[in-house]
Design a protein around this ligand. Sequence first.
Ligand code: MLT
Length: 350
Amino acid sequence: MRQTGNNIKIPVNDINVSYNDEGPKKAPVIIFLHGFPLNKSMWDNQVEKLKDNYRVIAYDIRGHGDTDLGAIDFSIDLFAQDLMCFMDALKIEKTMLCGLSMGGYIALNAIENHPNRFSALILSDTNCTADSLEAKENRMKTIVGVKENGVEKLADGLIPKLFAPQSFKTNSEEIAAVKEMIMKTSKQSLYNSLHAMANRKETCSKLPKIKVPVLILVGKEDKITPPEAAKAMHEKIKNSALHIISNAGHLSNMENPVEFNSQLKKFIDSVNQHTNKLHKEIRSVFEEQITNKKVNFAQIENDFNSRIMEITMIIKDKYPELLKYLDEMPITIPTEKKSGNNAKKFKRLL
Ligand code: MLT
């Protein structure tokens, strides 16, 4: 039974994960992954914007916000495993995924290892490279700094890097909220996450393999993962769009939510419009059989392969831009040589 609302807890791997789940039950799902050392509340504005049309989920990554730390060493692999187990626990087979910075590292890892679980990707203020030697050393210095001077000092040093200079005049509420998020993160979680990011593998070489639509967003004045990093990812992902958010630094979704949300909504609406068109087309072919309880399902199955062929032809004729997604459908497009299919699987799609 789905629970909706804020700060819901669910056991995932060895921990309890805290999440928000809003929006209509049957709507397409989008999951948000926050940056370091923040939490799910950084997505409040996006959740509000999307929740009438989408099922919108934001959760606290291990050791952040209200999610437990657990007893395992952190890694981006572990964070991605947590995401997969979280989706399994909520019975979400496929979702759109939006990750900012560290959330983007996790999203890139997850799509590399579980490409069939995602229908679209939004990469915000992130990059695909591994840490340079210097970046790794800086992370170790940060750990020493937290041990010696505490978390508030870290927050005060980090905030000027997270926000664009003009945000200090216009976004004081967001800046205060970010400081609170950082202060809420335990020292142990900070150390573990810094190690996880320092040890992460590059994902740039895997980007050409991404088949789903991708939107890349970046604040024009992002100093941590600058627009050049976003452009480099855009060049490697064939089916990607890039938008640079004005008046924003690294936390572009909080600094300029109007522009961020408008790009995000336009993108996910277009992804879902294509899926809906396809669904409608498939439905119209099968509606009668599916709704008429008297029809024997075996009869539908007999007819199945030729129908799939017909649908494939409709897609070829009317929606050629969708052809590239046929390979990803969890059914087999029949060929003369290979005609077997699974009608039950197909029925679940409808
Ligand atoms: C983040 O916002 O998640 C961090 O800045 C990422 C990083 O330090 O690499």
